[in-house]
Design a protein around this ligand. Sequence first.
Ligand code: F6P
Length: 541
Amino acid sequence: MSALTDSPEWQALVQHQAALSKRPLNALFRDNPDRFARFSLNTDGLILDFSKNHVDAQAIDLFGNLAKKVGLEEAVEAMFSGDVINNTEQRPALHAALRSPEDQSENGQVVHQTLNRMATFVDAVIRWQWQGYSGSPITDVVNIGIGGSDLGPAMVYTALSDFHLDGIRCHFVSNVDPAHLEETLEPLDPETTLFVIASKTFTTMETMLNARAAKRWLLKACNGSASEKSALAKHFVAISANVEKAVEFGIPGENIFPMWDWVGGRYSLWSAIGLPVALGIGMDNFRALLAGAHNMDKHFRATPAAQNIPVMMALLDCWYQNFFAAESRVVLPYSQQLHLFPAYLQQLDMESLGKSVTKDGAPIDVDTGGIVWGSAGTNGQHSFHQLLHQGTHLIPADFIAISETASSNKEQHLQLLANCFAQSQALMDGKSLEAATAELLNRGMSEAEAARLAPHKVIPGNRPSTTLLLDKLSPQSLGSLIACYEHKVFARSVILGINAFDQWGVELGKVLSTGIHDELVNDGETSKFDGSTNALINRCK
Ligand code: F6P
């Protein structure tokens, strides 16, 4: 037992869980048909409906007590004030400053200078004033980056396809697998292609190798018609906190947009890492994305726990993972444009919360980050939803739905919404043995046949889900949605007492890959590693 799990606040939740888990979700609705009004929250065009969860008024009060016990309000204030909350790297986590219009601090000033530089650059590119080595305008932007330097921008660019500017297309290359870059470049014209090399450290192996391959592709096409220096100046820009390395690569200082230590990679979409998004949707829309996130920041900072959307989401995560023993959570955007959202969320959530020790290095005695997975609805309905409905695991679901569509095919959009709401209803209500049997008998089946088949048709139900409903998918609402999940992750880390802003676990594999690569390029069999690793290397040789 730790100070957290031993506390009266935690233990009160343990007891309440035991009582509440005996009351099926649909019985809670029968007792109180107005649950939606009591158990939903909204801000800035975004509704959180958490009424189909195992919660009641007492649970919310107990959640509030836990939030107080862990000092959530103070921790939120410490984050916004720039305290050094990333204690293993001695850094603040100031991603909210990237979208704060009124920040006059030193950091705030560099943020706004950078946004203004981005605006000038975006303007030059989209007005065709920025020209490639042959004098042609830029039609294709290839972002080369990985992790936070890829997932956020790629997801936002894809989600905001209704806002794409004519005449410019963005592409995202992340994988060290050469096929990724080659496939992307295959249809592109070097004369009209701009590379954005996005890397906070400018040392990430995947990004550096892809950037070098992109440079070779450009210079080969250029074939001496421009010097390497001038070709790179016209076709390469960088976003990095490591200016020296970017210059060493050959990118001129004026093409380098800064990043700062106080922004973590997975929280960096709002910085110049968002440049490909700004090039794809225009700077005004990029600023609207920031404004939406800022609205969520204000909500998160100023709203008491019981009405605070990210805090409630964090408490629900904690509720299911630590009190109901759920191991994963499925995220189901009912929006094809948001199909990359689960992948983006995996890094945000699992890289932030996948920790085994508390901030002071003590082993933690509860489960930390859960497994986040999912894909766009309705596709999942024809694949993994079977497991959600009839499998043996408890998997809380986050549905994300959009009320209005920009598509002219309104009828099809209504089908999408109907399916989303039906899935959360089916998860909650399920189908009893009696109902399944009656259905079969009504279809004319014999009693014996019906009895044989009915158990297979039973759907246990009582499976919780939360629905986030956005009025529409716009830069502003998307900004709010993303910031909402960022803050949820932070609030959850505070409840657990862990650091959400480091990621030491990713280092070991990177180091080991260097030794293995050395063996792969050397002649002769290796016997340096364990038997499995040796055999795999030798087989490839
Ligand atoms: O390896 C993990 C990681 O450090 C992520 O946290 C980060 O988003 C990604 O690599 C890319 O890092 P960089 O922007 O420095 O290339």
